[in-house]
Design a protein around this ligand. Structure first.
Ligand code: GDG
Length: 735
């Protein structure tokens, strides 16, 4: 992996809701202090490793909300800060409203707490626009722009509209929910969210599950084509992948022996006086699962009395948004439950629960991580949860065990921890007991495995991996650059056409000559297409070949009375004007009996799909099936077919536009076209098609020919056309 400075970028631009520092009054002066949160610590750690000299152009530019003054002061030599000013009234509805009361609960699987307020959404749109307007004047060529989190879903596309060639990454720090939950959002909101995000070149999530949820949401919301994590967005591609955020492992691991930490550990040990310590620290939020955690601890005390007097649970809750009623209520509930448990179990010498509502210093935090015997991290939903990773990194002097919720993104990587379902009070209670009963050796083995993983895929690897993959996407975009047919190129084609006398024009039928339709039988030759073909064949210097996957009878019906050559079933049948059909009779078709029942089974398993049995092939059409189910069934069907095809190398599976077809490998549109090209020398060759089967055709057209792909997807064709209907204008222009 290359470091940031070895890649092709000049400068890193971070855009997040907040700047990494805030100003705090100390006496008469303002001092800058670091804002809390995983992203800030990640980027600050990263900046220390990056080769940035103060005063240089390569300083990281961080754009976010914060005091105006922050933009004027040199707070950190590695950063330039650009404050974004959002008027209070907009910000209340944008941040407090749409971000915190709509996206946050819904994306953390709390649909009942989600507020759907159109005015909040309007403010979200406005605030994203304010971000875009602020950065418009500062973005330079060579910048890598990294947009972070759910407050800025619209921003990647807004940036792209100002800077079409900008290199943009987007990372989501919270879960991306299943598409079932995502569709709770009104249609316009969810469309704008997806359209906004896919303005980026690379889109990152913490886990593969979130990535798959997003892919499904893109398919369902916009119907974009997606191939192996690449989304085809009009004429661009962007990539989606999982990048689990890491921590600055060495910083935490080594901090355990800092003098201040050692002192704090001594103090704590004295207070504990030999008792086992169970520890948790989280920001006050309903996603963190405080009540279930407390109930689990209560059950633990009830079920495992041997730990009475011998264990203490220190639950630290970091103050957050406690001016809001919902948060005030959680706090009250926590306090009442803590009171009840302590009331039931305490005696003069022992209080089982120490609840603290405060922030900890870094040294206090590390000391508690290291000294505790159990890290009890049980969120109901969490994008990643860095506390779990930091807890593991700090297991040095007294190696403990992590009890971790399966609902945290971190559970994917920390699978040696004791994984629990946070709402299962019984399971969590037993997990605490199990963690306390593990032998030192068992704990060390598990913790060391996790530490090895965390030290390898740390915060630097996370960011570097993201930067490297973003550059790979740029390379892929270059390879697959779509070249739209512009008036200039069209004039060149026409001048070649006019100067030649032996011309051949291959035209695919569905999606090319005729728009795609819901059912194959509905795609009949329309008047405009018929007239265009007529004009072409009226010129005797033109040979027009309709080259299609359709059956011969269908094509013959459509082109009755028109002197065109017909190629049906991808080249299995050929018919020259006024002649009979010629078939590739040498091709064995006995395989069809074996495959037909398998493919029919998929019609039953995918409502809306249908089988088209042709003379020499079988096609499974899924245009009218549910997109989500069809995408699962295609893969299953492909798996089934691949197994059988292993023993039959004479067959191939073709993937067309919402259709999967099995046919012999002995012919295709390319070999069919070659037969014509080998028989006669043409001085003008043109081929037009729209789907993957037409790529075989484009492949055999000599360099001096003209190949045109209908659609915006990358192709071997020289040119792309955005709309199918443009084909009529082009062919009429030639004539
Ligand atoms: C988002 C996602 C995702 C907490 N209390 C104290 C303190 N902390 C530090 C921890 C840790 C961070 O705050 C909290 O970690 P999170 O993982 O919850 O990070 P957030 O930024 O709040 O959340 C989350 C994360 O982004 C990263 O992508 O994991 O799922 O919601 O670093 O150490 N630090 C100190 N005192 C405290 O009292 N010093």
């Amino acid at each position: 992996m290359k470091t940031f400075s070895e890649l092709s970028y000049n400068r890193l631009v971070i855009i997040a809701y907040r700047l990494p520092f805030k100003l705090v009054k100390k006496g008469n002066i303002n001092v800058a202090v670091q804002n809390a949160g995983g992203l800030v610590s990640a980027i600050l750690s990263l900046s220390e490793k990056m080769n940035i000299s103060s005063g240089s152009d390569s300083k990281i530019l961080w754009i976010g909300t914060g005091e105006k003054q922050l933009g004027k002061e040199n707070i950190n030599p590695k950063f330039d800060l650009l404050p974004v000013e959002i008027p209070d009234q907009i910000n209340d509805e944008y941040y407090g409203g749409f971000c915190n009361d709509t996206i946050w609960p819904l994306f953390h699987y709390f649909p009942s707490l989600t507020v759907y307020n159109p005015s909040y959404y309007d403010s979200y749109v406005k605030a994203n626009q304010i971000f875009a307007d602020t950065l418009k004047d500062v973005i330079k060529p060579g910048d890598f722009i990294w947009v972070h989190d759910y407050q800025l879903f619209h921003l990647p596309s807004l940036i792209r509209s100002y800077f079409p060639d900008a290199k943009i990454g987007f990372f989501l720090h919270i879960p991306f929910p299943s598409s079932e939950l995502f569709r709770h959002l009104p249609r316009t909101w969810r469309e704008s969210i997806i359209k906004g995000i896919i303005g980026a070149d690379l889109i990152g999530f913490h886990t593969n599950d979130y990535t798959q949820h997003f892919i499904k949401a893109v398919k369902r919301t916009l119907g974009c084509e997606i191939n192996q994590n690449y989304i085809y967005v009009e004429d661009r591609i962007c990539k989606v992948d999982a990048f689990p955020i890491g921590i600055d492992f060495d910083k935490f691991h080594e901090a355990c022996f800092l003098p201040k930490v050692l002192k704090e550990k001594e103090r704590l040990k004295k207070q504990l006086n030999g008792k086992k310590l169970i520890f948790s620290v989280d920001r006050l939020d309903y996603t963190k699962g405080f009540l279930y955690r407390l109930l689990a601890f209560e059950r633990f005390l009830e079920k495992h009395p041997k730990w009475h007097q011998k264990s203490v649970f220190n639950m630290v809750v970091v103050p957050s948004r406690d001016n809001i009623d919902r948060y005030k209520d959680i706090k009250k509930e926590i306090e009442a439950t803590v009171g009840r448990i302590n009331g039931n179990y305490s005696n003069l010498a022992w209080r089982p629960l120490i609840y603290q509502y405060k922030s900890l210093s870094f040294e206090e935090l590390v000391a508690l991580y290291d000294i505790s015997d159990v890290g009890l991290i049980t969120p109901l939903r969490d994008g990643m949860n860095l506390v779990a990773k930091e807890y593991v990194a700090c297991q040095k002097e007294n190696v403990g065990m992590l009890v971790l919720s399966e609902m945290a993104g971190a559970a994917v990587e920390l699978n040696e921890a004791i994984i629990i379902n946070p709402t299962d009070v019984e399971e969590t209670a037993d997990a605490i007991d199990k963690a306390l009963n593990l032998t030192q050796k068992e704990k060390e083995q598990k913790i060391h495995k996790m530490q090895n993983r965390l030290s390898r895929y740390n915060v630097f690897t996370w960011a570097t991996d993201f930067f490297n993959q973003a550059e790979d996407v740029t390379d892929k975009q270059k390879q697959m650059k779509v070249n739209f047919l512009d008036p200039h190129a069209l004039t060149d084609i026409r001048s070649a056409y006019c100067q030649t006398g032996k011309r051949v024009i291959f035209i695919d039928y569905d999606g090319t000559l005729i728009p795609l339709s819901k059912y194959p039988d509905m795609a009949i030759l329309n008047e405009r297409a018929g007239n265009t073909i007529k004009k072409l064949i009226d010129d005797t210097r033109n040979k027009v070949i309709i080259i299609s996957g359709r059956e011969c009878e269908f094509l013959e019906r459509q082109f009755e009375g028109l002197d065109v050559t017909l190629v049906a079933e991808h080249g299995y049948f050929v018919k020259n004007p006024g002649k009979d059909w010629i078939t590739k009779s040498s091709v064995d078709l006995t395989w069809k009996e074996k495959f037909l029942p398998i493919m029919n089974e998929y019609v039953d398993r995918c409502n809306g799909s249908m089988i088209e049995e042709k003379h020499a092939s079988i096609a499974w059409h899924y245009r009218n099936a549910d997109e989500g189910i069809a995408s699962i069934r295609i893969n299953e069907l492909k798996d089934d077919l691949t197994e059988i095809l292993k023993t039959d190398s004479k067959l191939q599976v073709l993937e067309g536009n919402k259709v999967l077809e099995i046919k012999s490998v002995l012919y295709d549109k390319g070999t069919a076209a070659l037969e014509f090209l080998n028989k006669k020398k043409y001085d003008f060759i043109m081929a037009i098609g729209d789907d993957k089967t037409d790529e075989d055709l484009f492949n055999v057209i000599p360099e001096y020919g003209f190949t045109i792909k209908i659609g915006t997807n990358p192709s071997k064709a020289k040119f792309n056309l955005k709309r199918q209907s443009q084909i009529y204008e082009i062919l009429e222009f030639l004539c």
